[in-house]
Design a protein around this ligand. Structure first.
Ligand code: SF4
Ligand code: SF4
Length: 433
């Protein structure tokens, strides 16, 4: 039976979610950091180190590897010398994680493996292997190894390129598409070949009219466009798959005959397939009222956010105490420090003046959190059932459907932290099965 999860969304006020701070500026290049710190954690999984202190490394050389069932290599983003293999640095997960510290020699010496491929003759299996060897992961924030999606035994009808970028403030994908649209389209075609899919659909906000025109001009009828409204969370994977395929799924989009990749991932796939170029550089939106000059920054994986902000001219005057949101204001993680490093799937860092929250804010019973939830949950009731440790009641509220979009916390006039409580409830219910 085909059925749709009903869904809604919220128009985030003020100039389409503050995207005007960065979206029309050309990318700022920060490609020569003195030091990089490559995180040794991928999706919470520790990675095996392949180098030792004192080793000389080249750009694109494998220096570590995730070795579980989603095995994928990690590469040096600069050439230089390994200074430490266990330096703990702040990470987008909100924790300090071990990193490989490389001192840049500024020679940009590339690994011998980086060389052009003859793309015409590449088989499905060869494309999948190149994408794995180049360490391409989902750049929309998931960090899930891209090749794993392509390796499925399920028949795939459609590759969906998610170019919606619905979180406020973030414009990294939009900036990349402006500059690398042809690579994105070629990357989408390689993903189609890697999945044996029949068609490619690009999901993009309807108001991005000039981008849509450019895509149609360059790709003709090779792709179709799925325009979405300017609401949050219009880029939710489940929503896009349901709307485009007419099918629902429980685990992965492949069950509905779809593979979904972010537009930045398609560009990374293009660089991998055409040049064996590992994922060592990326675009990150550095923004918020706390930085003097918000920009999309094209930088090395492992660069320090504090170094990038200094290169952008520093913090806004009279900022006072600040906090940093790694990954976007709705779904990101708040951090107190700017010594955070860029990892492979970090899309943005938002710098904001510190907000003092009440310790035990009171619910006003306004119902806004219920009204706004895209999957029709009752966040405050879930929070209360969690606090009362009432598992049966908790199960009846179905917190496992929560997509952790952050809207309930965003909308709450009492600033009650609802999202993290619903996420905890979700874990509890799933763990009890
Ligand atoms: S975080 Fe979860 S509960 Fe809150 S609005 Fe989003 S989906 Fe609903
Ligand atoms: S939005 Fe906040 S104040 Fe309103 S009902 Fe939900 S928790 Fe209570």
């Amino acid at each position: 039976m085909v059925f749709f999860i009903k869904s809604k969304g919220t128009h985030l006020p003020d100039h389409r979610g503050h995207k005007e701070l960065t979206q029309d500026k050309p990318p700022f290049l920060f490609l020569n950091p003195e030091d990089v710190y490559i995180p040794l954690i991928e999706q919470g999984t520790p990675c095996e180190v392949k180098v030792k202190v004192g080793d000389k490394v080249k750009v694109g050389q494998v220096i570590a590897e995730r070795t579980d069932r989603f095995a994928i290599p990690i590469h040096a983003s600069v050439s230089g010398e390994v200074v430490s293999v266990n330096q703990r640095m702040w990470h987008a997960s909100g924790r300090m994680v071990p990193c490989i510290h490389i001192k840049n020699d500024f020679q940009e010496t590339k690994a011998e493996t980086i060389k052009p491929n003859k793309t015409d003759g590449l088989s499905r299996a060869e494309i999948i292997d190149i994408v794995r060897a180049c360490g391409v992961v989902g750049l929309g924030g998931s960090g899930f190894p891209a090749y794993v999606k392509y390796k499925t035994d399920l028949p795939i009808d459609v590759v969906i390129i998610n170019a919606v970028e619905c979180e406020p403030y973030i414009t990294a994908d939009y900036a990349q598409m402006q500059k690398h649209l042809d690579e994105m389209l070629r990357g989408a075609e390689y993903i189609r070949r890697a999945t044996d899919a029949n068609r490619i659909v690009i999901a993009v906000k309807a108001y991005r009219k000039s981008l849509i025109e450019k895509i149609i001009l360059r790709a003709g009828d090779k792709v179709s466009i799925y325009p979405v409204k300017d609401v949050y969370p219009a880029g939710w994977e489940k929503y896009l798959v349901q709307r485009i395929t007419g099918k629902n799924y429980k685990g992965l989009p492949a069950e509905a005959g779809a593979v979904v990749n972010n537009s930045g991932t398609a560009i990374a796939v293009c660089h991998a397939v055409e040049d064996n170029m590992p994922l060592v550089e990326k675009t990150v939106t550095i923004t918020g009222t706390g930085v003097k000059d918000p920009q999309n920054v094209y930088t090395k994986i492992g660069a320090k956010v504090s170094d990038i902000i200094a290169a952008l001219g520093g913090y806004a005057e009279e900022l006072g105490d600040a906090y940093f949101i790694a990954g976007g204001p709705m779904t990101g993680v708040a951090l107190k420090f700017d010594a955070l490093v860029i990892n492979r799937c970090l899309s943005s860092v938002v710098v904001m003046p510190k907000v003092i929250r009440e310790l035990n804010p009171e619910c006003l019973g306004c119902g806004k959190c219920n009204d706004v939830c895209p999957v029709f949950l009752a966040p405050i009731q879930i929070k209360e059932a969690l606090e009362n440790d009432d598992l049966d009641l908790l199960k009846s509220y179905k917190p496992e459907l929560c997509m952790e979009c952050g809207l309930c916390s965003y909308i709450c006039p009492s600033r009650i932290e609802l999202t993290s409580n619903v996420a905890r409830a979700k874990k509890k219910v799933l763990g009890s099965r």
